[in-house]
Design a protein around this ligand. Structure first.
Ligand code: F6R
Length: 610
């Protein structure tokens, strides 16, 4: 089965549609880049251009073979998890009468395909999407909304669909279920897109399509219908991100730009939740009494977001003395977890669309636990499903490797820990205010961490020939090491593992050979001596040690080959300070290796399939 996690766009207006579609698709390439395609209405016909590979391949193809032109069209960028990316499997799909772009999975496509084959239809691709296009054609009654409603009653699965009908050359139709889709409202022009950055250059005003709402989009109007064909009115949203926020702003890569944006992202995230130097979640509708009513807290997420949860666990348990279980969403959802009434489930997600995280959230709800989502993308599925939502304000994160989203997720974890600890009387009001004040100072301290950039670049140059390396740390430093290791792996393609420093001698130390890099993180003074002993153990076995440590950590000359000294902050908050050099080391290792930093191979930004 071919599964998609893709980006879709659509445009109607006076501009050259092909230009707008390509430009918008560029912003969505992070959602997948296995193929790209557009369908444009021109001279009464639907003209399609599509091919395998990056959007750049499509642009080149159109330069050589001609480009469709017109004032209305739809476009697609694809990420396939199964089945070969190919020209034929590229979207759009359809026939001369109806053409479709799709993000999601049609679960019953085999049955539909069989039925349509019996009805005389033939298929050219392996995709589930082609069955939707042909089913629309089969049910086509001359009325597109009726036809779409009929098709919705027959398809099962997830979809965001952009549809054009040859007979309606001035209208785009769109519908979604379980895959994101917005409708952008411009002046004498309108758009559809999988997310806001795709169209932000043209308009900041957009509607969020809800489950199975159908949008009928013309140049001068947008009308919405439910599946009973009743007109519905919808609230318009205004994107409050900077127009430049989705552009690189002079940086070589989005990842570097996003690393530099971290101080601002943290400020924007925490400031609305701090009143008189105390955490304040009243705007989110909860307080420390509600938080302290929970017996157990589960934090569930994937990848980097899960690593932010690990920092949360340390801090909540330390300050608030409540047991916190952190789990990977894909594990949690299938292990029959002991979660129930009286428990709090916190899910963390940048995109708010990660399928496993979403499923874990559902499971918690079904077990009567209260749920809280920490999410960056407004109006995303996870944000809408949870009982309580805390939006992080990182702005759009374009680089596939997450940096600023991680940082703001951690900042929220701290605020929750402070609020909860206050509610549990495990810290005093004064202590809470002191911690909160220190958190407020973190953005400035992170600026100093970012100033370590040259040093990180130098250290990264020492890793390029390594086949494998280790990240080690204890406590919060271990939680952070896990993120450092993931970041390096995903963009530099150098293998690494993170290990609790004290666990090395139970097996892993046998991997150490002459010159093998070990990145050790030491920011917690109570554990400093212990970790330094572990570093000595690997050093004496030939490791090349890179030490990322606090300002005052005592290091004898022979302990480390390279030392990155971090600016000073409260030790509890050090993960935020130390994360930056680890991000920069990964970034420069990838740059120096000549990798595609913002779009690492085999990955996509938001994982909306299992
Ligand atoms: C790694 C990375 C991923 C995501 C993970 C969860 O840099 O970005 O590990 O953290 O796929 O994604 P969200 O946060 O969108 O749920």
């Amino acid at each position: 089965m071919v599964i998609f996690m893709c980006g879709i766009v659509g445009y109607i207006g006076d501009r050259d549609c092909t230009n707008v579609l390509i430009d918008a698709l560029e912003k969505l390439e992070y959602r997948g880049y296995d193929s790209a395609g557009i369908a444009v209405m021109g001279n009464g016909a639907i003209n399609v251009a599509k091919c395998k590979g990056r959007l750049a391949n499509l642009v080149e193809k159109m330069e050589n073979e001609g480009r469709p032109s017109g004032n209305m069209g739809i476009g697609h960028t694809r990420w396939a998890t199964h089945g070969e990316p190919s020209d034929i499997n590229s979207h759009p799909h359809g026939n001369r009468r109806v053409t479709v772009v799709h993000n999601g999975i049609i679960e019953n496509y085999r049955q539909i395909k069989e039925f349509l084959i019996n009805e005389g239809y033939s298929f050219v691709s392996e995709t589930d999407t082609e069955t939707v296009a042909k089913l629309l054609d089969y049910h086509y009654s001359g009325n597109p909304v009726d036809t779409i409603i009929k098709v919705l009653s027959e398809i099962k699965g997830s979809y965001a669909l952009g549809v054009i009908f040859r007979d309606f050359p001035n209208t785009i139709y769109a519908v979604r279920k379980d895959s994101p889709l917005i409708v952008g409202k411009g002046e004498h022009e309108n758009f559809i897109a999988s997310d806001v950055p795709a169209i932000m250059k043209y308009t900041r005003n957009y509607y969020l399509l809800e489950q199975n709402e159908i949008a009928v989009i013309k140049k001068e109007s947008v009308t919405f219908y439910n599946t009973h064909k009743e007109k519905i009115s919808k609230e318009i949203h205004v994107a409050d991100w900077d127009v430049d926020a989705a552009e690189k702003g002079g940086y070589e890569h989005f990842m570097l730009k996003e690393i530099h944006e971290q101080p601002t992202a943290i400020k924007t995230t925490i400031m609305p939740r701090i009143q008189n130097s105390m955490p304040d979640f009243s705007a989110e509708g909860f307080d420390n009494k509600r938080l302290s009513s929970y017996k157990k807290i589960f934090i569930v997420a994937c990848g980097t977001a899960m690593h932010a949860g690990l920092v949360g666990k340390y801090v909540i348990e330390k300050l608030a003395r409540v047991p916190v279980i952190v789990d990977i969403a894909s594990e949690f959802r299938y292990r029959e977890p002991l979660i129930g009434e009286g428990d709090l489930m916190i899910v963390i997600s940048q995109s708010g669309e990660t399928a496993d995280t979403k499923a874990a959230l559902e499971l918690a709800k079904n077990n009567n636990a209260d749920t809280m989502a920490i999410v960056n993308v407004k109006g995303s599925s996870i944000a809408r499903d949870a009982d309580m939502v805390i939006y992080t304000h990182a702005g759009p994160e374009i680089s596939v490797a997450s940096t600023k989203a991680y940082m703001v997720q951690i900042s929220v974890m701290y605020l929750i820990a402070f609020e909860l600890a206050l509610g549990n009387d495990t810290i005093t009001k004064e202590q809470c205010a002191a911690y909160t004040k220190q958190l407020e100072e973190i953005p400035d301290i992170i600026e100093q961490s970012i100033a370590l950039e040259n040093k990180c670049q130098f250290v990264a140059s020492k890793l390029l020939n390594a086949e494998s390396l280790l990240y080690i740390g204890r406590g919060l430093d271990y939680a952070l090491s896990m993120e450092g290791s993931l970041k390096l792996k995903e963009i530099s393609y150098i293998h690494s593992e993170s290990y609790a420093a004290g666990e090395l001698k139970h097996g892993t130390i046998s991997l150490i050979t002459e010159g093998m890099p070990v990145i050790a993180v030491v920011t917690q003074d109570d554990l400093e001596e212990k970790t330094i002993s572990n570093i000595k153990e690997v050093k004496s076995r030939g490791a090349m040690v890179i030490l990322v440590c606090g300002k005052d950590v005592q290091v004898e000359d022979e302990v480390a080959d390279y030392v990155i000294r971090l600016p000073k902050a409260d030790k509890l908050l050090m993960p935020m300070v130390a994360a930056v050099p680890l991000q920069l080391i990964a970034y420069y290792a990838a740059v120096l290796k000549g990798n595609d930093v913002d779009k690492p191979r085999n990955l996509a930004k938001s994982v909306t399939v299992e």
